[in-house]
Design a protein around this ligand. Sequence first.
Ligand code: 76U
Length: 470
Amino acid sequence: MFLLIDKQRDNNFIYQQIYEGIKDNILNGKLKAHEKLPSKRALAEGLDVSINSVKIGYEQLLAEGYIYTQERKGYFVENITEFVQQYSGGTDKLPEDLREKPVRRDGWLSLSHMASDISYFPFKEWLKCQEKAIKSYTRELSEMTYSQGPYEVRETICRMIAISRGVNCEPEQIVIGAGTQLLVDQLMECMNHNSVIALENPGYARFYELLKKMNFAVEPISLDDQGIKLADVEATNANIVFVTPSHQFPTGKIMPISRRIELLNWAAKGNDRYIVEDDYDSEFKYETDNIPSLQSLDRNQRVIYMGTFSKTVLPGLRISYMVLPPELLRKYRQYYTNFIQYSNSLMLYTLHYFIESGNYAKHVKKMNHHYETRRKLLITELNKRFSHKIEVDAVPAGLHFLAHVHSEKSYQDIDERAVKEKLEIYSMKRFLLKDICIKEKGIKLVLGFANVKEDKIVEAVERLYRIFNN
Ligand code: 76U
């Protein structure tokens, strides 16, 4: 008998042992192609098991193509193609360089611009909204949603950005997506692939990488104190410009109205010209009211507005959106007819109720207050500790600011020392789109204050001071 059955083995059913045993024998060549297998009854008697166990085992082998039947003749071994084995590394070993090492950040403090504080997030209210979403949208949750995201959710976002950002649009124009990068990817697929794209430099490196990978001609454009330099944009022949007018990323500058109008006028001069307004953190504005979006000033349907819930709700939520001018919307619909929305519709309906119930506005208001306190405290402490050796660009907006530290140390030096001091910080290096060396003396840091608790600010500044002075 070519099979051994262990009836005491309780983690494997008898039929599984029969299936595994025969399969192994076929694969290692002990059972040859077209060899006849014992009848179900004969095998059951030989192994002293039930005919049913053999039957189920044979059926599984049959379903997977290891054996075949011939009417009234019985079961035979299939002629199976041999495996080719070229890779010598084995099948279960992941090469060491691909292994992920858990990042341990015990005892670290963070002045990262990417962090946000979720300790004040009203999870209870969020869960209530989720429950309501499950009850009210049961049918919708069991179906595929519209490719642009559920209509009701887009209506809610539409109403919200009309009030808070002055955005002019209809729910039809909104495309929801699981992250801004994904939306940029979709948007750019709809654009002419010969487009030349101008990006703010310093700016958002992830967009730069993405657009280059999509094979677009990308031109990093330097900034003056009003924002992106229009003369330089003209000189590159760019037809699409990405900007962060509410709070330049990462320098923090707010684009004044004159530059906004110049930019819009530039776009109005060509049918293929567009401005992508990345409005990533405009919900946080201190001392004065929010600044209306660039899109709200556009009279020629040239602006694509992009917003995100990463900073205001939860970074891990992955809900962002863009507002397309009608002409681009038409292209989007043609291009993405068969597209299935990536975002989790339960989270989208939950967000819908979270906004509608007023919880969203309440949370943003509360966080504005907390972040403003932290921002002020961090600036005060930096000036106190570094004295004349630091200049802070104290723009009262967003979740980070720029600081210029007078120092002879190199950027690499600062990065290494930051690890030793257990302080998460990012320097200007991260945001320079071209490998241009920084000519100015000193170190520019982009300091975030969203995820450092008030009582830790003095300690964080002390660590920063040690990075520069030890
Ligand atoms: C987002 C800019 C400039 C958009 C941002 C962010 O996908 O909606 C920053 C870094 O969460 P999403 O992206 C929003 N535009 O800075 C938010 N920050 C980035 C994502 F965390 C990271 O890599 O320096």
